[in-house]
Design a protein around this ligand. Structure first.
Ligand SMILES: Nc1nc2c(ncn2[C@@H]2O[C@H](COP(=O)(O)OP(=O)(O)O)[C@@H](O)[C@H]2O)c(=O)[nH]1
Ligand SMILES: [Mg+2]
Length: 174
């Protein structure tokens, strides 16, 4: 029996310096050919993973720096099967901006499910509590993960959940 190989698109959004690129880098430590950078500052990385024995290529789209760069946005959002909305646990402003990113996601890709991610758990000067972030996630009925891209805490688990959400509705058993 032929083994099916799924390819699925994941996007990372959120304010600058919250750790989007670091989360990708942590996951894709074994870099494979196919990673490239466009001059507009778009990083695309491919992570090979498995879900229930099925091989899945997770294509990670990470807008570097130009989050508000209008002309690249429609292409960036197009076809995304899941989004990570990332904020920095020690930067309250980045948590306030999460609602902006949800609106932006809904405007360009109304059906794309997302995960809320509070990054930098290794730093102890928190400006956002777990309770309020969980409340925000509940408001939108989405999962909430806390990660450290620096130490790798919860990163694998986060992308496993993202893969499951991206493949919901496909032939891969959920
Ligand atoms: N302590 C700590 N620093 C982090 C973590 N993730 C990212 N950083 C740092 O935060 C800064 C911005 O990270 P980057 O991944 O470039 O953020 P991006 O702009 O959202 O892509 C860099 O100096 C990273 O080293 C983390 O989990 N813990
Ligand atoms: Mg970046």
């Amino acid at each position: 029996m032929a083994v099916q190989d799924f390819t699925t698109k994941l996007i990372l959004i959120g304010d600058g310096r919250v750790g989007k690129t670091s989360l990708c880098s942590h996951l894709c430590t074994q870099r494979i050919p196919g990673k490239y950078e466009l001059t507009v500052g778009l990083n695309i990385e491919v992570h090979q993973t498995y879900l229930k024995g099925t091989s899945v290529k997770l294509v990670l789209w990470d807008l570097a720096g130009q989050q508000r760069f209008g002309c690249v946005r429609p292409g960036f959002y197009y076809g995304a099967r899941v989004a990570l909305i990332v904020f920095d646990l020690q930067n309250r402003g980045s948590f306030f901006d999460v609602k902006h990113w949800i609106r932006e996601l809904r405007r360009h890709s109304s059906k794309t499910p997302f995960i809320l991610v509070g990054n930098k758990t290794d730093l102890h000067k928190r400006e956002v509590t777990k309770e309020e972030a969980t409340r925000l996630a509940q408001e939108f009925s989405v999962p909430y993960f806390e990660t450290s891209a620096l130490h790798g805490d919860n990163v694998e688990e986060l992308f496993q959940m993202a893969t499951r959400m991206a493949l919901q509705g496909t032939a891969v058993a959920y």
